[in-house]
Structure formats: structure tokens, C-alpha cells
Design a protein around this ligand. Structure first.
Ligand SMILES: NC(=O)c1ccc[n+]([C@@H]2O[C@H](COP(=O)([O-])OP(=O)(O)OC[C@H]3O[C@@H](n4cnc5c(N)ncnc54)[C@H](O)[C@@H]3O)[C@@H](O)[C@H]2O)c1
Length: 438
């Protein structure tokens, strides 16, 4: 087992630290937010992220937080950096938080006896490690890679609401390494955390940086392709789910279900950054740019489908505000665009989500899903929330429910006056024009 410092104890960093400590490592968490550090040490920290509180309890004798960079670096073998990398106006990712952390980590390494490995986990633009981060670390520490200093880029494939699962049940461990010894140490530290037999991909730094971005950009393509099929099926009396499920035998079912536009803190910005990478080397970025454009068009298409069925100026209910189920975050969530469009068209909006409660002028939050259904003439199910099974669907006896994920079962559907499942709603039969088949 190792002594590991984790820099940045936010949504991802705290979760990672809790997993490392629960797996048996000694962990020192570092954050510039003194209140957060104090809350971690006095046990008052709380999070909705499933599994984190359990792991904090399991590893409580091995996990402490501090603001002292020197102490963290001097008493650990490996520092993992998981600070924010906000998108900039170009569509790239700012390194300002990482470089500021590296400056201090490098200065602490300078006065440390023995070697030290730094591993970045934050999402960064390809080329950042070799172009910016390593030179910064080398200058601040007065050491060179392979000579008392090691460096890795080790991103994780996680989603808010299931970060623990994303770390511990990851499909594979991705390690970009500046030197083999650093890669070995990083991998050794992660092995007790991930499931036995998890595949490992080791590669150069820039290859790992591209893998992370390309992976998310590819996922947005799958979502968009399924969404396109869903829209087509809504128009031509076909059913999208049997189609994507059948195709899933060939291409896998993950992120392949037609529903609402993708959102959240990672996919939209990673897809844009992937486009920027391609353009920056003079290559066509038509695929990621079209995905971005289609994602917006799909949102407008769904709005039209809703608006054409909603009585004008009526009350519309929205269930599911977060960008996905199981989280409170609404960053780039399509629900917010939909609500704004409805308000602009003079509809009244009432909304409910078990975790998210964004403030939007003109929108009222309901105290429960049942209240939302009761007060609205038409309710849109934007996320397939597990809480939907506890709602009283008989309240919708004389109302319309639009189900974007086709997630209500037949018993629930039977209680609803007008149930519209986008992607399988009966539509006029379609016959290809003669010219298509001549
Ligand atoms: N949120 C996600 O779903 C997700 C998924 C994959 C990757 N990521 C990446 O993870 C990174 C972190 O995301 P997050 O959601 O945990 O961010 P966050 O904003 O929740 O937390 C970041 C933490 O870093 C701390 N911090 C800032 N500068 C610091 C410094 N110099 N030293 C120590 N601590 C410092 C902040 O005080 C904060 O507590 C980002 O690069 C993000 O792109 C996030």
C-alpha cells in the first residue's frame, strides 16, 4: 500500500480519496478550500454521491485533509491532481488551477528527500502534459523526469451520480506515462481499488490525453445516432427500442437508447474540445461539430413535438431536471432549454426533480412528482428516474404524459388518459416514394 496525496477534494477528488483510503492506502487530501478541509477532518462533510460516505467511514483512520502542500508531498509517494479545468472561450481547457497546484507541488518536491510521482486526473487538452505541465513541474522542482520526478496522466471515465462505480468498476485503467517507473507506481496504487482483471492501457501522454477526449466524443456520437433513430421512428410508425436493442447485439447497448439531448459537465465540452483538436491540426472536425449541432436540433425537434400536442398557454409539468438521473447537477441539461422555450411560448411551467432544484424565472417547483402531474395538463418525463415507479399515475387519468425514454410500464400507462411515448408513438404509415424503390 502507498501513501497518496489527492489535490482537489471536489466532486471527483473526494470520491477518489475515499476509494483509495477504503482500499487500504494512506491518503492525504489537499484543498485550498479551508472550510472543506475542516469539514472532512471533523466528519461533517456530506455528499449525495452514492457510496462515498461508506468509503469515508471504511477508510477514516487512513484519510486526512490538509491545506499544507509541503506536508502532503513530503509524506506521500504519489500526488494525484484532480482540480477544475474550466472550458475557455476557444473550447479548450484552462490549465490555470493545475499549473498553480504544480507550482506548489514542484517547490515541495525540491525540498523532499527521495523521489515523487505526480499524476494528473483532471480532463486536459491533448499536449498539455508535455507542453505545459511537465516543464512547469521540472522548473519548480529543479528536477527532470526520471531523476527524482515521475509523471503520469491517468484520467477516469466517470459520471456524476455514479463516480464510485466509475472508479472501482472502470472498464479499463488508462495510464499515459512520461517514464515507466511512474506508470508502474500509478498502476500499483490503482490495482487495489479496481476490480481484479480490469484491463490496463498504458501509452504515451498525448495518446492518453486524446483517448480521454475521443472516448467521450464517441459516446456523444452513439447517443446522437440513437436520438436520430428515435426521431425518425416518432414520425414513421416504427419503434425505436427494438431497433437499438437489436443493433446492440452488434455494437453494444451502452449509451445507445434514443431519448433526450445529451448534457452534463463532460460530454458537451469534451466533444467541442475534440473538434478544436482536429481543427488545430488543420483536419476536418465535421463529425464532432455535427454531433454538437444535431444535439441542439434534437432538442428543438422534441420541443416542437411537445408544443404541437400542448394546449396553448396551459400548465406543462417537467419531471427530471438534472442532466441525468441520480444527480443534482443541471449543467447543460436539456430540461433548462425546454423550460425556457416553453416559457417563451407563454406556457406555465411546474417542475419536479428528486435532487435538482434550479431557479428559473417563470418556473415553479412542485413539492412532489404527484403535485406536478396533478397541476399540469401535460407532463414531460425527461429522465427515467427510479422515483417514477412511486408516483400515482391515476392522477393523470384525464391528462397527457409525454415519455421521452419510454420508461413507464403497461400498468402505469393504462392509468393515464393520453400516454405519448416518443420514439414509438403511432404515426401515419409511411411508404417510400416509388422513385426510391424503382
Ligand atoms: N464532474 C465530472 O463528472 C467529471 C468527470 C470526469 C472528469 N472530471 C474532471 O475532474 C476535474 C475536477 O472536477 P470536479 O467536478 O471534481 O471539480 P470540483 O469543482 O467539484 O472540485 C475541484 C476542487 O479542487 C479544489 N482546488 C482548486 N485549486 C486547487 C489547488 N491548487 N490545490 C488543491 N485544491 C484545489 C477546489 O477548491 C475544489 O474543491 C475537472 O478537470 C473535470 O473536468 C469531472
Amino acid at each position: 500500500m502507498y501513501a497518496i496525496s489527492v489535490f482537489g477534494l471536489g466532486k471527483v477528488g473526494l470520491t477518489l480519496a475515499s476509494c483509495l483510503a477504503a482500499a487500504g492506502h494512506r491518503v492525504l487530501g489537499v484543498d485550498i478550500d479551508t472550510a472543506r478541509v475542516a469539514a472532512i477532518n471533523d466528519g461533517s462533510i456530506s455528499t449525495n454521491e452514492p457510496g462515498v460516505m461508506d468509503r469515508l467511514r471504511a477508510g477514516k483512520d487512513r484519510f486526512f485533509a490538509t491545506t499544507s502542500v509541503e506536508m502532503a508531498v513530503h509524506s506521500t509517494d504519489l500526488s494525484i491532481i484532480i482540480v477544475p479545468t474550466p472550458s475557455n472561450t476557444m473550447g479548450g481547457f484552462s490549465l490555470r488551477f493545475i499549473l498553480s497546484a504544480c507550482e506548489k507541488i514542484g517547490q515541495a518536491i525540491k525540498t523532499k528527500n527521495g523521489g515523487h510521482v505526480v499524476s494528473v486526473m483532471s480532463t486536459i487538452f491533448p499536449g498539455s502534459s508535455e507542453g505545459w505541465i511537465i516543464p512547469h513541474l521540472e522548473q519548480a522542482s529543479g528536477r527532470k523526469i526520471g531523476h527524482g520526478l515521475g509523471y503520469c496522466y491517468n484520467p477516469s471515465f466517470i459520471a456524476l451520480g455514479s463516480i464510485v462505480q466509475g472508479i472501482e468498476r472502470t472498464e479499463y485503467v488508462l495510464i499515459g506515462e512520461a517514464n515507466t517507473e511512474a506508470g508502474d507506481l500509478c498502476l500499483d496504487a490503482l490495482l487495489p481499488v479496481v476490480a481484479p482483471g480490469t484491463p490496463v492501457s498504458r501509452m504515451s501522454l498525448i495518446s492518453a490525453e486524446i483517448t480521454k477526449l475521443a472516448s467521450n466524443a464517441y459516446d456523444t456520437m452513439r447517443v446522437s445516432f440513437a436520438n436520430q433513430l428515435m426521431a425518425a421512428c416518432t414520425e414513421i410508425n416504427a419503434q425505436v427500442d427494438p431497433i437499438t436493442e437489436a443493433m446492440g447485439h452488434h455494437i453494444g447497448t451502452r449509451f445507445f437508447k434514443g431519448a433526450v439531448p445529451f448534457g452534463g459537465p463532460c460530454w458537451p465540452r469534451d466533444n467541442k474540445a475534440f473538434a478544436l483538436l482536429l481543427e488545430s491540426i488543420g483536419f476536418s472536425a465535421k463529425i464532432p461539430r455535427s454531433i454538437d449541432q444535431f444535439n441542439q436540433e434534437h432538442g428543438k425537434y422534441l420541443f416542437r413535438k411537445i408544443a404541437e400536442r400542448a394546449p396553448s398557454e396551459s400548465v406543462i409539468g417537467i419531471i427530471g431536471l438534472a442532466y441525468k438521473s441520480g444527480t443534482e447537477f443541471t449543467e447543460e441539461a436539456w430540461s433548462l432549454d425546454l423550460i425556457q422555450s416553453l416559457i417563451n411560448e407563454r406556457y406555465q411551467v411546474i417542475a419536479w426533480d428528486p435532487l435538482a432544484s434550479p431557479k428559473i424565472a417563470g418556473m415553479r417547483m412542485a413539492a412532489s412528482g404527484n403535485e406536478c402531474i396533478k397541476e399540469a395538463a401535460m407532463t414531460i418525463l425527461i429522465q427515467p428516474l427510479k422515483e417514477l415507479s412511486q408516483l400515482d399515475w391515476s392522477l393523470a387519468q384525464t391528462k397527457t404524459i409525454v415519455d421521452c425514454w419510454r420508461c413507464l410500464n403497461t400498468t402505469q400507462q393504462a392509468l393515464i388518459g393520453n400516454y405519448i411515448a416518443l420514439g414509438q408513438t403511432p404515426a401515419p404509415s409511411w411508404k417510400p416514394p416509388h422513385i426510391f424503390i424503382a
